[in-house]
Design a protein. Structure first.
Length: 402
């Protein structure tokens, strides 16, 4: 069977690695920037695509410039709610039935808005889109699976006072503390807010994440925060192996107990290992791959984003995704940042099909992993029923009965 882009768009999909501030509609960014007196380098969609949200970037730093503009308009609950609502609509439009929206509350909180306020705003937008979608007759009748979502709160490996008013205040209050201790304390605060939002407010905060530059910012500084998450039954994912070697992935798993890994593109790069105590680098990588496979730790693969931020990746075919599949690792195809990377879940899956010659069976396996390895916000029995409903819908589409 020929796997077309049109077929992929119809299929029920997930996005487990989806940054809110990297997925703002450009038209909305322009409108909100004007309303909020935020200066942009251009006030046209074409201009911003040429200057900021480009098809290709020099490196990770160049890629991240756009977040300065999107975060600048995410300083009110109304704006955050609107952006979250539109993100859900954009996913629903292309057949994505489950998303986990991640963002760093401390980048948006400040003197007028708390972290909990930001979480409520994200949930308000997503829940409104969910209610509208699930009120459709096809969903109510059971002919189609409903739309579901979870929220992931991101902590930052590194920040400075320019990141946000919240971080400015935190650094000022702890002006005599070491940086690493401040970073760890900030992560504790994020997890504390996530726990409160989930336990006391009933919001679908399903997990925590650790983002930011890996090199020089080891995860051990955030261990206490991740243990707090574990004690409160929050799921854990970590950005690791994106801009640093296999050790970063190992540390995320062993020191923070990550159940999923964001990116993991350096997994097989034994030549990048810097730990002098590791004498046989190839064996280390083989053991790490086996360790990940045995525990079904899922890798959140973001193909386009990795191509844009890693200058060494010249062809998509060179992406380690194929080796991940060959080693039977649990992988899920994700967008990372829909706007910054000019992509959709449909685009990402279709690119994978073309570059790695995926069969329909392999596509189905990827989508099953997306649903099964999600941090689903409801009871496990409900999750199993939801996965089954989504995959039954998958088969109906493939068989042409829909």
């Amino acid at each position: 069977m020929i796997i077309t882009r049109e077929l992929i768009e119809k299929l029920p999909k997930t996005d487990l690695h989806l940054h809110l501030d990297g997925s703002v509609r450009i038209e909305t960014l322009i409108e909100l920037a004007k309303d909020s007196s935020v200066e942009l380098p251009s006030y046209t969609v074409e201009g911003l695509k040429e200057i900021v949200f480009k098809d290709s970037y020099k490196d990770l730093d160049d890629y991240l410039k756009g977040f300065g503009y999107t975060c600048a308009v995410m300083r009110t609950e109304e704006n955050i709610e609107r952006i979250s609502y539109e993100l859900a609509l954009d996913n629903q439009k292309e057949g994505v039935r489950y998303i986990e929206v991640r963002y760093a509350p401390q980048l948006h909180a400040g003197r007028k808005m708390t972290m909990l306020d930001t979480i409520k705003a994200v949930n308000n937008g997503l829940s409104r889109a969910k209610r509208e979608f699930n009120s459709r007759e096809a969903v109510i009748s059971g002919a189609e699976p409903p739309f579901e979502y979870g929220i992931i709160a991101c902590a930052m490996r590194y920040f400075n006072k320019y990141f946000s008013d919240y971080f400015d205040d935190m650094i000022s209050v702890h002006s005599y503390s070491e940086e690493d201790k401040i970073f760890g304390l900030a992560s504790l605060e994020v997890v504390g807010a996530a726990v409160k939002a989930r336990r006391e407010m009933g919001l679908p905060v399903v997990g925590v994440d650790l983002a930011g530059p890996e090199k020089g910012n080891p995860p051990i500084h955030h261990r206490e925060a991740y243990m707090l998450a574990q004690r409160n039954f929050l799921n854990k994912t970590v950005h690791a192996g994106e801009a640093y070697g296999p050790e970063s992935i190992f540390q995320a798993i062993t020191e923070l107990g990550a159940g999923r890994i964001g990116h993991g593109t350096s997994l097989f790069k034994s030549e990048t290992i810097t730990d002098s105590s590791i004498l046989d680098r190839d064996m280390y990588v083989n053991d790490l791959v086996q360790f990940i496979a045995d525990r079904r730790i899922t890798i959140e693969v973001c193909l386009t984003s990795n191509m844009q931020t890693d200058p060494q990746l010249l062809r998509l075919e060179d992406h380690p995704f194929r080796r991940m599949l060959e080693n039977k690792l649990s992988c899920s195809i994700c967008t990372d940042n829909r706007t910054v990377s000019h992509t959709t879940v449909t685009d990402e899956v279709f690119k994978a099909v073309q570059a790695f010659d995926l069969s329909l069976s392999e596509v189905k396996t990827l989508m099953v992993y997306g649903f099964k390895r999600s941090f689903f916000p409801h009871a496990y029995r409900d999750k199993r029923a939801y996965v089954r409903q989504c995959m039954n819908y998958f088969e109906k589409i493939v068989n042409g009965s829909i």
